[in-house]
Ligand binder design. Structure first.
Ligand code: COA
Length: 321
């Protein structure tokens, strides 16, 4: 039994913040940000919440798939910025969309969150326990950024992407690979939790995202092509057989470096980071939804997906659309 993506949806907050807008509130420039990252603008949440955007993206994905909330057996949200510690974002989504009999939970695998959720859903759909799953990547990263650190806050954005996946005898997901490297995890971290234990003396000050950009860059440009190569081979294909590489949208230079290492044209790497920035777990499903709605994805096409980031975590998949 295989797993097929049968519908996609996404939701971005209404407020667009350009690089020039950021240059008005910190010492940066459109030139610095766009040449080093490819990012020109990002959407930042004001009233929007992680759960609200997730539900909106989920509704669009269900409509695209031709299913209703009553068809959904499982909801998994990949996020590091759920609105609450509990209830989980997935539980709030369940309530918002009315998926009464679904089981719902969140996972934290940072920028690989959507990919890990896809693999978990695949494992359960294969057993026959569930038939239809809603997998979501959603973030309001703006609330965990250090807005006094220009080297990180300019890179990220907010939004949500969703996909409906269904057990399918004709396949769909052909192969996947995933991994973690906790030893190097601190190169991208965000403590951001206060400790309310009266027996423990801790600073009440929340700490925000901290990143060693160059180490993360080195990790991405070695681990991602290696994982993709492995997955493509496990699917019985060559990299030249892949029609599109839909990768986590962190930095245009990472996409270019991965294309170069795989010896594949950059044209096969669609881009959304120019108008979205890096939205962690939401990047891959938002990109996939944009590709789907632009009509780029045709039945039978081979599409490689990859997520990578905090943890450190990485995951790739090859699917037949
Ligand atoms: N605007 C202007 N100048 C900035 C800046 C900004 N937003 N951010 C940093 N700078 C400055 C630094 O202060 C430094 O100045 P200095 O030389 O006077 O000290 C200079 O630019 C170079 O900084 P550095 O951090 O060495 O830049 P870099 O070339 O490594 O590029 C990244 C930084 C973040 C773009 C790059 O490391 C990167 O893309 N890493 C991967 C990050 C990523 O994708 N993370 C998410 C993965 S999920």
């Amino acid at each position: 039994m295989g797993t097929r993506i049968i519908g996609t949806g996404s939701c971005l907050p209404g407020t667009v913040v350009t690089n020039d807008d950021l240059a008005k509130i910190m010492d940066t420039s459109d030139e610095w940000i766009s040449t080093r990252t490819g990012i020109r603008e990002r959407h930042l949440a004001k009233e929007e919440t992680t759960a609200g955007m997730s539900a909106e993206a989920a509704g669009r994905a269900m409509e695209n798939a031709g299913v209703t909330a009553q068809d959904i057996d499982l909801i998994i949200v990949g996020t590091v910025t759920a609105d609450n510690v509990t209830p989980a974002c997935a539980c709030e989504v369940q309530a918002l969309i009315g998926a009464d009999h679904a089981v719902a939970f969140d996972i934290n695998a940072a920028c690989s969150g959507f990919m890990f959720a896809l693999h978990i859903a695949h494992a359960w759909l294969q057993t026959g326990v569930y038939r239809t799953a809603l997998i979501i990547g959603a973030e309001t990263l703006s609330k965990i950024m250090d807005w006094s650190d220009r080297s990180t806050c300019v890179l990220f954005g907010d939004g949500a992407g969703a996909a409906v996946v269904r057990a399918d005898e004709r396949g769909g997901l052909l192969a996947f690979d995933q991994g973690t490297d906790g030893v190097r995890g601190r190169v991208l971290s965000c403590p951001n939790r206060s400790n309310n234990n009266p027996l423990v003396r801790t600073s009440k000050e929340l700490q925000y995202v901290h990143m060693d950009g160059q180490e993360v860059y080195k990790f991405a440009v070695t681990q991602v092509p290696a994982s993709l190569q492995k997955t493509v081979e496990a699917a019985g294909l060559n990299v030249g057989d892949i029609d599109y590489f839909a990768l986590h949208q962190a930095n245009i230079r990472i996409l270019q470096a991965v294309a170069k290492r795989l010896k594949v044209s950059e044209e096969k790497f669609p881009v959304s980071l120019d108008h979205c920035g890096n939205i962690s777990a939401a990047s891959v499903p938002i990109l996939l939804d944009e590709m789907n709605r632009q009509g780029l994805l045709k039945p039978g096409m081979k599409v490689a997906l990859a997520g990578f980031g905090g943890g450190l975590t990485w995951a790739s998949a090859v699917l037949e659309w």
